[in-house]
Write a protein that binds this ligand. Structure first.
Ligand SMILES: NC(=O)c1ccc[n+]([C@@H]2O[C@H](COP(=O)([O-])OP(=O)(O)OC[C@H]3O[C@@H](n4cnc5c(N)ncnc54)[C@H](O)[C@@H]3O)[C@@H](O)[C@H]2O)c1
Length: 349
């Protein structure tokens, strides 16, 4: 559902997995409100039905990828659940917390396999960081993380659409639309959060669409983390993250969350850890063009994992419940920003 930027990434990933014999999951239907876009995707997936009718596409399928602008996710999810399909829904789930909570409840009630597009979880680079800073790690307790996430305002360049400047479709700006990934990551690495303090600002001037968010997260463990999320006009910086994590006895950092490497500094030495060798060989074997290899890496891993989970009956991860936690953090950050940065509590379930 949705033959745009991220639908293209999933379509390429699914085709590659199918051709490589890694998943018995051909793309059988493609749907877009723009019929020409659907036709174009169908040409890339021979035999697939091209349609503007969501129900007709879903009638062909056993699993659906919802890759449309955020405000449309809930209605498409409801169509999918009515048919009992397994669902992969792009992040953010919805434009607001109430819809995200209703969607998380709906997938639970329907009992279908569900996964959300928080693809940083599929990064072998960040999985290595999680291993290093996790409770069993040799670096001691994790004290703090500093995450800077910057990209050019995503209504230009390789983005072929402008809905991210419209709050009624996107629900917010860089914090919800992009850094919902980062909120999920900080929770994953440092554990549950009980309060958020945040400031937001709007330089580009699209109403309700902040292009700067600075947040401090208070973790239950006693750690605190900070996030700087910015949409700028530097066209040479399409999307970049720098992560630094300090543990009691070690410093872990990276400048590229997709390709790595992971740098580790201890009191008695330093390591540079490469995690992507096997992925690179797989991408090369599949004949994926070099330009697509970086961005495709995470989608291949996430889609392959979703399909393997569905096939084996194991619950896919991250699920809508994981996404709901990130939505709660985004909501708290907006509530804090609305009060000029006062702490906003998270109700821990
Ligand atoms: N996980 C990630 O890393 C990631 C990256 C980019 C985008 N996203 C998310 O993916 C979603 C789509 O983003 P995008 O950049 O691909 O947008 P896009 O504008 O490039 O593509 C969206 C497509 O959906 C179509 N569409 C709109 N409403 C529809 C409907 N009701 N039914 C069928 N088709 C419809 C549009 O015509 C368009 O072709 C958003 O929620 C976005 O936040 C996630």
């Amino acid at each position: 559902m949705g033959c745009g930027f991220i639908g293209g990434a999933h379509s390429r990933a699914l085709r590659a997995l199918h051709r490589a014999g890694q998943a018995d999951a051909p793309v059988v239907a493609v749907c877009d409100v723009d019929g020409e876009r659907a036709q174009e995707f169908a040409r890339a997936n021979p035999g697939a039905l091209a349609t503007t009718d969501a129900g007709a596409a879903m009638d062909e399928a056993e699993a659906v990828w919802i890759c449309t602008p955020t405000a449309t996710h809930r209605a498409l999810l409801e169509e999918a659940l009515g048919r009992g399909l397994a669902v992969y829904c792009e992040k953010p789930l919805a434009t607001n917390l109430a819809d995200a909570a209703a969607m998380a409840q709906a997938v639970m009630d329907a009992g279908v396999p569900h996964q959300v597009g928080l693809v940083l979880r599929a990064s072998s680079v960040l999985q290595e960081v999680a291993r290093l800073v996790g409770p069993a790690g040799a670096l001691g307790r994790t004290m703090t993380a500093i995450l800077r996430d910057d990209q050019f305002f995503p209504i230009q360049g390789h983005y072929g659409s402008t809905w991210r400047a419209d709050v009624s479709v996107a629900g917010g700006g860089t914090l919800l639309e992009h850094s919902v990934h980062d909120l999920d990551l900080l929770c994953w690495l440092l554990g549950p959060v009980d309060a958020v303090m945040a400031r937001t600002a709007n330089f580009a001037g699209h109403p309700g669409v902040e292009d700067l968010a600075v947040a401090t997260l208070s973790h239950v463990s006693g750690a605190a983390s900070s996030l700087v999320s910015v949409w700028h006009e530097i066209m040479s910086r399409p999307s970049t993250r720098r992560l630094e994590v300090f543990c009691e006895r070690g410093y872990v950092w990276l400048d590229d969350e997709q390709a790595g490497p992971v740098h580790v500094e201890r009191g008695d030495g330093a390591d540079v850890i490469e995690t992507t060798g096997e992925e690179d060989r797989f991408l090369a074997r599949l004949g994926i063009p070099t330009a697509w290899r970086g961005p495709l890496r995470l989608y291949l891993a996430a889609d392959g994992d979703f399909l393997a989970s569905v096939a084996s009956g194991r619950p896919p991860r991250p699920g809508f419940d994981d996404a709901l936690v990130a939505h709660e953090l985004a909501d708290a950050a907006y509530r804090s920003a609305a009060t000029g940065g006062q702490p906003a509590a998270i109700a821990l379930s």
